[in-house]
Write a protein of this length. Structure first.
Length: 89
């Protein structure tokens, strides 16, 4: 995990909203799309950014992609940030 990738992924409000939705339960791409007024290609870019940052994992279920929140990465990013802050470097 690159901490810069995590923070870049978290920088967009749509991606933060996706993570908030996934906090409740894993959801398919279609279920997540129902919460946004964005095109499918735009949402695909957001999903890819989250996946590249390891903030979500993806499971194929038939023709559906099911997204799961990866809390471990968020915890590691926060710990890294706090470590950076406490050392002042």
């Amino acid at each position: 995990m690159a901490i810069n990738d995590v923070f870049e992924a978290l920088s967009h409000p749509a991606r933060r909203r996706i993570l908030t939705l996934l906090k409740k339960r894993p959801m398919s791409a279609g279920e997540l799309a129902d919460h946004f007024d964005l095109s499918k290609p735009t949402l695909s870019v957001h999903f890819a950014k989250l996946k590249d940052a390891d903030l979500v994992t993806v499971e194929r279920n038939g023709t559906s992609l099911i997204y799961h929140l990866n809390l471990t990465i968020l915890e590691e990013a926060l710990a890294g940030f706090l470590s950076f802050r406490s050392t002042g470097k």
